[in-house]
Design a binder for this molecule. Structure first.
Ligand code: G3P
Ligand code: MG
Length: 249
């Protein structure tokens, strides 16, 4: 079992994404101001190979750009407005680089789940870049990153190149052999869609001596229910609401 601590047991999903534009430095700053100790964010590669923080394959929903993010160099992506879609007061927000986010985490003593997004054919390239950034910038004083992905090839590349990396296996729907994959990857956590997380599956994951993290939980009742069953932490967009709600119980 890992030595990760989740206090409170809440991970600000894409930053404080109900309060600021997701996956921007503003969203991570608001999460920190609200008392979050952990954030989650999504990483993929720009066309030039820079590691950038964005959730969707396309730019359309969260920026004023259009088309696939991976087809633009960062020199173009950094000109885009990644905040106005959420609120005009965030018009200056940009798509951050992974390196900028690591710097923020270091300054604010925050821990993070780095979710690597899969672009077909780029699985190894993105892992090489993400691990390289971590080796260069993620200092020993920081809580080590929890690296997760829905892509098993990506996680296999992570394990091959980084025997000690803390891996989280993301599961949106159960599939045959998920237990064997978790063991083969020697993951520290299983990060499961809350809609499929039953009492039996929680017991099973506990018996495998893995942490259980669950996404995306925005209801206080559901979070409480999951914690009572042994879930270690939940990803939430509504960090302050869940935090206050859980302390009030
Ligand atoms: O890592 C938990 C969660 O972020 C996975 O789903 O689509 O929000 O990246 P998604
Ligand atoms: Mg994510």
């Amino acid at each position: 079992m890992s030595s990760f601590e989740f206090k409170p047991p809440l991970i600000a999903h894409r930053g404080a994404s109900a309060f600021a534009p997701e996956n921007t430095l503003a969203a991570f700053a608001v999460a920190q101001e609200l008392g979050a100790t952990w954030v989650e964010f999504d990483v993929m590669l720009a066309a030039c190979g820079e590691a950038i923080i964005i959730h969707d394959d396309t730019l359309d929903r969260t920026t004023n750009g259009t088309g696939n993010a991976c087809e633009y160099p960062y020199s173009e992506l950094k000109k885009l407005d990644a905040g106005s879609w959420f609120g005009l007061e965030f018009a200056n927000e940009r798509i951050p680089t992974f390196n900028e986010v690591i710097t923020f985490l270091k300054q604010h003593h925050m821990a993070a789940n780095v979710e690597i997004k899969s672009v077909v054919g780029q699985e190894e390239t993105v892992v090489v870049k993400v691990l390289d950034e971590i080796r260069q910038h993620w200092t020993a004083s920081m809580t080590p990153p929890l690296i997760s992905s829905f892509s098993m090839p990506i996680l296999q590349h992570v394990r091959k190149r980084s025997p000690n990396a803390a891996i989280g296996v993301l599961i949106h729907e159960w599939f045959d052999g998920w237990e064997a994959i978790c063991q083969e990857l020697n993951c520290v956590s299983v990060n499961v869609n809350e809609e499929i997380l039953s009492r039996d599956k929680i017991k099973k994951i506990k018996s495998m001596d893995k942490l259980i993290l669950s996404y995306t939980v925005n209801s206080i009742d559901r979070a409480h229910d999951l914690f009572m069953q042994g879930v270690d932490a939940v990803f939430t967009d509504e960090f302050p609401t869940l935090c206050e709600g859980l302390f009030a119980r």
